[in-house]
Design a binder for this molecule. Structure first.
Ligand SMILES: Cc1cc2nc3c(=O)[nH]c(=O)nc-3n(C[C@H](O)[C@H](O)[C@H](O)COP(=O)(O)OP(=O)(O)OC[C@H]3O[C@@H](n4cnc5c(N)ncnc54)[C@H](O)[C@@H]3O)c2cc1C
Length: 400
């Protein structure tokens, strides 16, 4: 206990003295997080400096082993670091699919050489990653991937197309699945490989969405190359690795979108908005059905937060996520959609603006966030697919 108190003291004084003043108070700004790599825009002038000073302590990924650039913090120490960052409302210094998806999968399946090469570059923010899973004919039926990996000795020549690749245009490396054997059952001919995107023959085209943004890309591979030493797992055994990564992805999606991080703040925001747009009667919110929905959402959020936290504790104790991650994914994402539907009901017609002076900035942002939330039950595998996985792999229900 005494050591933890000492740890808190030293974290607090270090953050107070060293963290950039310009970033204090910015934690709740969704645009404040830096994604690292060579192409990501800097959210604030000090974002890179902040990332580098945290990376020097291993605190961009506080719980990863120190030998790979992490902080080696225990669960209790990590909690203290999180609390101290929250105290000054400092944003996390770095995010990305390196930290949330491919890093944990390299820790699980990588060789020592792969861990030593790739993980420090994630912790330092040097490399940003994207995910090359989906193709025009391989979404829910992911094992149907057609991108070909042709053996050329110590590497593979890669040809094909990926789609819906989030931030493909801003990433340096891609983790992808492709086909190395066309003669066997489709799951048995897949290889999982890591590839540098900075080479001729990689063509990335952003896809513009209804929201006006372009977070997705199509990525074309025209005879590009990846080294065999960058296969994760073994040749033709990539399906197991791909599923393991999806476990990490689904937990991450559930956590990012489902849990509120700060239930008290969320409750205040709901209450403030409801008071403003609906009004009070006899000291209570004038609309009783909205009142009921607010209370229900807040109870569900609190229970979900606690369950997600328990699951993270299990993961830190060495249990990698399995098919049960589908339960978190489906519940967290549907909870987020319910939350936005409730905000919409509270704001009424004010929530339907797209642009123009007739709406406040927050109202316009809400409309866009609500539209973005529709994608939550698709990304990382649709809700229907999660239900199939839960039925088969969690409940063990019979299949035909
Ligand atoms: C915000 C967002 C970010 C994404 N980022 C990435 C990324 O970075 N990299 C990447 O590789 N992909 C990414 N994706 C793609 C995502 O993984 C796919 O959209 C998803 O897996 C569904 O595939 P699909 O779009 O081809 O739909 P389809 O597979 O064509 O499905 C269409 C509909 O049919 C239903 N369906 C299909 N099969 C079944 C079945 N067996 N049983 C019941 N219902 C079924 C589905 O549930 C869905 O409603 C992203 C998607 C979104 C929305």
């Amino acid at each position: 206990m005494k050591e933890l108190e000492e740890f808190r003291k030293s974290v607090r004084s270090w953050l107070e003295e060293s963290a950039p003043e310009s970033l204090k108070g910015k934690a709740s700004d969704p645009k404040a997080i830096y994604w690292g790599g060579k192409k990501s825009p800097l959210p604030f002038p000090d974002s890179k400096f902040w990332m580098e000073m945290m990376a020097a302590k291993g605190w961009t990924v506080p719980t990863w082993p120190q030998e790979y650039g992490g902080g080696g913090l225990s669960k209790a120490e990590n909690k203290i670091l999180t609390e101290e960052l929250e105290r000054l409302e400092l944003p996390r210094p770095l995010t990305g699919f390196g930290i949330t998806m491919i890093g944990p999968t390299i820790l699980q399946y990588g060789t020592d050489e792969q861990k030593e090469y790739f993980l420090p570059k994630i912790c330092s923010g040097e490399v940003r990653w994207c995910q090359g899973y989906s193709e025009p004919n391989a979404g829910s039926d992911l094992a149907n991937v057609q991108t070909s990996l042709t053996d050329d000795g110590d590497g593979y020549i890669i040809s094909g197309q990926k789609t819906w690749t989030s931030y493909g245009d801003l990433s340096d490396w891609i983790f992808l699945i492709g086909r190395t054997d066309w003669e066997v059952k489709k799951q048995a001919g897949i290889t999982f490989i890591l590839m540098d995107m900075d080479q001729p023959g990689v063509n990335v085209r952003p896809i513009k969405l209804i929201s006006g943004e372009s977070p997705f890309c199509e990525v074309f591979f025209d005879n590009v190359r990846a080294a065999k030493k960058h296969i994760l797992g073994e040749q033709n055994k990539g399906w197991g690795v791909a599923k393991a990564l999806l476990g990490h992805e689904r937990i991450m999606i559930a956590d990012v979108f489902g849990s509120t991080k700060s239930p008290a703040k969320e409750a205040k925001s709901l209450k403030d908005n409801a008071t403003l747009y609906i009004g009070l009667k006899d000291g209570k919110l004038a609309d009783s059905s909205i009142r009921d929905r607010m209370v229900q959402i807040q109870m569900d959020e609190t229970c979900f937060d606690l369950t997600v936290q328990r699951n993270f504790d299990n993961m830190k104790a060495g249990h990698n996520p399995g098919p049960e991650s589908s339960m978190f994914k489906i519940y967290g994402t549907e909870l987020n959609q319910r939350r936005f539907e409730l905000f919409l009901s509270i704001l009424g017609p004010e929530s339907l603006g797209w642009e123009g002076d007739g709406f406040l900035k927050d109202e316009l942002q809400l409309t866009r966030n609500w539209l973005r939330s529709r994608g939550n039950t698709i990304e990382g595998g649709t809700s229907e697919i999660q239900l199939n996985i839960i039925a088969k792999a969690v409940l063990g229900l019979p299949t035909k």
